[in-house]
Design a protein around this ligand. Structure first.
Ligand code: TXE
Length: 484
């Protein structure tokens, strides 16, 4: 297995560094539980150094013509792609996700974000507002130093989805990865410097929520973008409010996937598998409430069971493996408790939910049938390979039930009726919707949640608005009148 121990814990001002007297944190390979890297939490002095470095780099960076900033980001995208094998292995070792996923979905998605915003930024212009002889023009200005805080399920993708629009818009960033998956963000920091970014423009500091909280409360933090759970989102939003900082919140979900009676069954089953078992179910936008029309329930359940039986669990570094272990035993125990609660509530466990013999934090993909709207299975984000199947009869009924949640991240539906597809999507309370597919998140499409699932959008042009502010300049061409 590849040695993934970094030179040091943090990447500040273009250098690897750490203070060995700070508390230690370790990274584990979820397949074996072995320690793969030892790091230290950032100290207050290191956090201070990161802000100092970021402020200095941001000044020179923001002064560059946008096309030059974009060139650096596009070069970084190329390097990410050249090193995709190495980066994918690091991600698999840190998260436990199968290499066949990380090779196509993690660093590659990050590269697309850098490529997209690197290309887009030079085309972003202001407005001119004619006012007779006078006029107003607008300039989109960077915010300053932005703080990014990541979750453990898509570490390098999350780092890139935050860094690419932030840096393109002329900001600097201090990024804190999840303490569970600290490794790949350091590689991104290295690559950005190699691509020509000024030292200090993108810094990585490690640590738990304590470090995250210290970053947000620093007066030099202009914005925070978090990917994480709703409880953490509440704390981060409150801390940001104290300093009136800009925020983007990508939080959890309990998204509906609606399968109408005319759905193409094999595609619907594929989508339900992707929406519940990809990345061992550890995806915020997962369609974990699968509403199946009564008429196709039996056919759907039959094919779902047959196809899930072919899932291959094992060493995630094996390219044949399709389901890896969960990220940690802690996460597995949380999910096992949800499965037990589901059984006690009277839902019918069709298959899965077992802890197989042998190494790794494995949990076999599980599906519950006969789930009702009030069960915790249907209301709580589980963040593991657990699908809940609910049946419905009527279009209005399913829309109301799909929307009866505090979350609003995503939603999907399958039908061959084009009018119904758009009619239903228009009524779904979710930031990202899919018709006849699920969980595709191209960089060209805005991504983010309604209701408790978040604030703001990542990806697409929309993300740039969240990393910049508008300056309006009134130009007077005449004389100035005054009362006296
Ligand atoms: O997330 P947390 P974790 C959900 C999922 C999972 C749960 C816990 O339900 O079971 O979250 O995962 C940092 N100030 N999602 O523990 O706790 C923390 O160090 C500043 C959904 O990873 O929300 C980490 O870097 N920062 C999610 C980040 O916040 C703080 C993906 C997220 O931590 C902080 C992953 C504080 N007070 C898990 N406290 C999604 N929506 O994609 C913690 N952090």
């Amino acid at each position: 297995m590849r040695d993934v121990q970094p030179k040091a814990s943090h990447f500040i001002s273009g250098q690897y560094t750490h203070d060995t007297s700070a508390p230690e944190m370790v990274s584990l390979y979820p397949f074996t539980g072995e320690v793969t890297a030892r790091l230290h939490e950032a100290t207050d002095a290191e956090i201070d150094a990161a802000f100092t470095a970021a402020a200095a780099a941001q000044k020179t960076w923001a002064a560059l013509p946008p096309v030059e900033r974009g060139r650096v980001l596009r070069r970084a995208a190329d390097i990410l792609r050249e090193r995709n094998q190495e980066l994918s292995e690091i991600e698999t070792i840190d998260t436990g996700k199968p290499i066949q996923e990380t090779l196509v979905a993690d660093a590659e998605s990050g590269a697309q974000a850098l490529e997209y915003f690197g290309g887009l930024i030079a085309a972003v212009t202001g407005e001119t507002v004619p006012l007779g002889e006078d006029f107003v023009y607008t300039i989109r200005e960077p915010l300053g130093t932005c703080v990014g805080i990541g979750a453990w399920n898509y570490p390098i993708q999350i780092a890139c989805w935050k860094a690419a629009p932030a840096l393109a818009a002329g900001n600097a960033m201090i990024f804190k990865p999840s303490e569970v998956t600290p490794l790949s963000a350091l590689k991104l920091a290295e690559i950005l410097v190699e691509a020509g970014a000024p030292e200090g423009l993108f810094n990585v500091v490690q640590g738990t929520g304590r470090v995250g909280a210290a970053l947000i409360s620093d007066p030099r933090c202009a914005k925070v973008s978090l990917t994480g759970s709703v409880p953490t989102g509440r704390k981060v939003y409150a801390a940001a409010a104290d300093g009136i900082r800009h925020v983007t919140m990508e939080l959890g979900g309990k998204s509906p996937l609606i399968l109408f009676e005319d759905a193409e069954i094999e595609n619907a089953v594929s989508a339900a598998i992707n929406a519940n078992f990809y990345s061992t179910g550890q995806i915020c936008s997962n369609g974990t409430r699968v509403f199946v029309h009564e008429d196709i329930h039996d056919a759907f359940v039959k094919r779902l069971a047959e196809r899930t039986a072919t899932a291959k669990l094992g060493d995630p570094l094996d390219p044949e493996v399709t389901v890896g272990p969960m990220v940690s035993d802690t996460q597995r125990q949380k999910v096992l408790a949800c499965i037990e609660a589901g059984k006690e509530a009277g839902a019918n466990l069709l298959f899965g939910g077992d802890v197989p013999e042998g190494p790794g934090y494995f949990l076999t993909p599980a599906a519950f049938d006969g789930v009702t709207d009030d069960m915790a299975l249907a209301t709580d984000e589980i963040f593991g390979p657990v699908m809940s199947i609910l049946t419905f009869r009527d279009e209005d009924e399913v829309i109301a039930r799909a929307n009866a949640t505090d979350f609003g991240l995503a939603a999907g539906l399958f039908t061959r009726d084009i009018k119904r597809a758009h009619r239903v999507v228009a009524q779904l309370e979710a930031g990202t919707c899919w018709i006849n597919t699920y969980n595709l998140t191209p960089v060209e499409s805005p991504f983010g949640g309604n209701k408790m699932s978040g604030v703001g959008r990542e990806n697409a042009r929309a993300a740039l608005d969240h990393y910049s502010q508008v300056k309006s300049v009134y130009v007077c061409m005449g004389d100035v009148e005054a009362a006296f």
